[in-house]
Design a protein around this ligand. Structure first.
Ligand code: SAH
Length: 230
């Protein structure tokens, strides 16, 4: 059984977009994962295919209607579907590498992309939607956020990126930022590759990388380091 993503959106034509390129696209062609994008408007039954309405209590913008959205969720994810149901939302828990890894090892995800002012709270509660944010800023819709989430997840699906080791050293995988990377030429605009990296001494290289990772994390993201005992 491979990872299956169902996206509920007003803009299905945006998918797979970047998710169809490079190794992710190859993984899809190889059947390691699949994606379907469902047009929310197709679920609406009235003549105008209405998906939104004005906010109760007043205020700007429109809110996605709970009845239409709930029907869309029930259509793509009937009872017994083990996939988590996710709502892309700036109010959600920030996306982390560890949540991405959990999702990558699971059966897939049903992802709701909000638009306008967001979605009726009762469908979030009633369908148990897990709200996930990609950062502390507001986008116009959940589609790009869903792509960010899926790109982080799909590259971790076993087989998609090849080499089982290729993630081990990456930023966040061990709670630290990655060490600096270099490749040829040996001299670039007067700057040399650090000699340790061309020394052939693997123990020394590993130690240098660990030090660089720690120093970079302390400088840029001290919040990632375990609290210092004083
Ligand atoms: N009024 C809402 C923002 C709505 S933005 C609020 O203040 O919380 C419209 C849609 O874009 C949202 O429903 C959500 O699906 C998506 N979106 C916007 N910013 C996002 C973010 N940082 N992370 C994930 N999804 C986001």
């Amino acid at each position: 059984m491979s990872f299956s993503a169902s996206i509920i959106t007003l803009f299905p034509e945006l998918f797979p977009g970047p998710l169809g390129a490079s190794v992710l696209g190859r993984g899809m062609a190889d059947g390691l994962w699949s994606l379907e994008a469902i047009q929310l408007r197709d679920i609406a039954t009235d003549r105008h295919r209405t998906v939104d309405d004005t906010p109760s209590g007043g205020g700007a913008g429109m809110v996605l209607k709970p009845d239409i959205l709930a029907r869309a969720i029930d259509t793509v994810s009937p009872a017994g579907d083990a996939r988590p149901r996710i709502l892309m939302s700036p109010r959600g828990k920030p996306l982390t590498q560890s949540r991405a890894r959990e999702l990558a090892l699971g059966p897939g995800a049903v992802i709701v992309c909000g638009r306008f002012e967001g979605v009726d709270q009762r469908v979030i509660d009633g369908r148990g939607l897990e709200e996930i944010s990609i950062g502390d800023y507001v986008l116009a819709g959940g589609e790009v956020a869903a792509m960010v989430l899926l790109e982080a997840v799909v590259r971790l699906i076993p087989g998609v990126l090849g080499g089982a080791d290729s993630h081990a050293d990456e930023s966040f995988e061990n709670g630290l930022l990655e060490y600096p990377q270099y490749t040829r030429p040996q001299n670039f605009e007067g700057a040399e590759i650090p000699p340790v990296l061309t020394s052939g001494d693997h123990g020394k290289i590993a130690r240098w990388r660990a030090e660089q990772s720690l120093a970079l994390t302390a400088k840029r993201r001290p919040d990632l380091l375990p609290p210092q005992k004083s």
